[in-house]
Design a protein around this ligand. Structure first.
Ligand code: NAG
Ligand code: NAG
Length: 437
């Protein structure tokens, strides 16, 4: 028996009060359609990854080594993929178009130093490679070439039959942590202190980054030191450079007498996403929206969550979403400042960035507050349901949102109005079938 839990608005505000959060949206969340939730149980440890398989299925994986396939419409657990003896370190879908047929499989990597190919329809482990020299930390599928790449201490290129095509060894101690595809059969690999551009033939070494995000003709990288760099994806030149430095909070400085001006502090960029025109960066517990077209910051919020933001997404029409170690998922809307001439409160949301172009030497510093047309991020929804850090989420548009957490659970968030409409439709249909009414 499946239970749908209707999320009461009063419960929301109660939780909000208890947490004593900086941002409290209160009872009224008219723009938040996710008023119904279903808890999906099945994992025994932290759930770190979610991947969308098709319009109605997703797979979850984490530290228990299990991969579970879910029906997002019903919340039903469809398959349980068992085989890994240790935590899953990466998961991706793999779709290979052989002209006529197109079938989506799952590729997983684990700390048990193995890689597996799964059929999510049957739950079978189709291929497996064990006894790798080191565990794989990231996976990238190059659909066009029908190959996939694994990154860790070494970088390996595999074909659809799990045959090793080529490999490059020992880049650094920490290894490769992120991979993206670039034009002309190139990939960029993120490593501890460098960026490596691997062509499937030759390579060059460059910069420092932790996460990458690509759009046509260029890609972005973010580092633990708060640097956001926009790269040309073809000649690998730096197109724009932003050093995001948050000013220390005013609240702390008031308590003591400070002799020096508050020092701006570096914040790590944990996650980057793009929709082609904008980049959304998770910077510490804040959010930062950057326009690729104008190469300027569009909107930001220094304190978007109570602790680090772990995953973000740009939705349509100025809407975005973020989840955090604080256990919440928040929805935001980019809005024009009500009074653009009004100086914003310094300190609380104060932020400096240092722009640097290719040719300039001395970085001219500018305060973001001085940048015209800066807009604000307004909280439009606060989804509270998890009791641990929310690791990531996947959106199925009108079919809902799936979140996963360190609390071992997945939550399926639904549009309550749409669900009750669907339920009454189904009820009428049943009555008609039974000759009722
Ligand atoms: C890789 O690097 C580690 C440490 O830097 C070293 O101990 C190891 O021998 C290297 N392995 C190969 C195959 O070069
Ligand atoms: C990308 O997101 C921004 C901010 O939400 C929005 O203004 C823009 O229209 C989006 N671009 C596309 C191509 O959807």
């Amino acid at each position: 028996v499946k239970y749908w839990i209707i999320l009461f608005v009063s419960l929301l505000s109660l939780l909000c009060l208890q947490k004593n959060s900086v941002l409290c949206i209160g009872e009224e969340q008219p723009k938040n359609c996710f008023t119904e939730l279903q808890v999906l149980k099945g994992h025994f440890d932290i759930v770190r990854f979610l991947v969308q398989i098709d319009d109605f299925r997703c797979a979850s994986a984490g530290d228990d080594g299990l991969v579970l396939v879910w029906n997002v419409e019903t919340g039903e657990r469809l398959q349980e993929l068992r085989g890994h003896s240790q935590q899953i370190t990466a998961i991706t879908t793999f779709t290979c178009n052989n002209g006529l047929t197109s079938h989506t499989s799952l590729i997983t990597a684990s700390s048990d130093r193995s890689l597996s190919l799964w059929d999510p329809d049957t739950g079978n482990r189709v291929q497996t490679i064990s006894d790798l020299q080191s565990s794989v930390k990231c996976l990238l599928v190059l659909e066009r070439l029908c190959v996939w790449v694994s990154g860790g201490e070494e970088l390996c290129v595999w074909n659809k039959d799990f045959q090793l095509q080529c490999h490059r060894q020992n880049h650094s101690d920490t290894g490769i942590t992120a991979l993206i595809e670039l034009p002309k059969n190139c990939i960029a690999a993120a490593m501890d202190k460098e960026i490596v551009f691997e062509i499937l033939r030759n390579c060059i070494g460059l910069y420092d980054f932790t996460s990458v995000s690509s759009s046509d003709g260029l890609f972005a990288s973010g580092s633990h030191a708060g640097e956001l760099i926009l790269w040309d994806a073809i000649d690998w030149n730096i197109l724009a450079y932003e050093h995001i430095l948050w000013e220390e909070s005013q609240a702390c400085t008031q308590a003591e007498i400070r002799l020096a001006a508050p020092k701006p502090s570096e914040m790590s960029i944990q996650h980057l996403t793009t929709n082609g025109t904008h980049i959304l960066a998770a910077v510490g517990s804040g959010l930062y929206v950057y326009s690729i077209l104008t190469k300027t910051v569009v909107a930001y919020r220094k304190v978007a969550h109570d602790s680090n933001v772990l995953h973000t997404m740009l939705l349509s029409d100025s809407e975005l979403m973020s989840c955090s170690e604080d256990g919440s998922v928040r929805m935001w809307e980019i809005q024009d400042l009500p009074l653009p001439a009004e100086p914003a409160s310094p300190g609380l949301f104060g932020m400096w960035t240092f722009g640097r172009s290719n040719k300039q030497t001395g970085p001219p510093s500018k305060k973001v507050m001085d940048v015209p047309n800066i807009r604000t991020l307004e909280l439009t929804g606060d989804l509270i349901g998890h009791s641990g850090a929310v690791q990531m989420f996947v959106s199925f548009r009108e079919n809902g949102l799936v979140t996963c957490s360190t609390d071992h659970l997945l939550i399926l968030w639904k549009n309550g109005e749409r669900q009750s409409h669907l339920r009454s439709l189904a009820l009428f249909q049943k009555l008609e079938e039974n000759g009722g009414l």
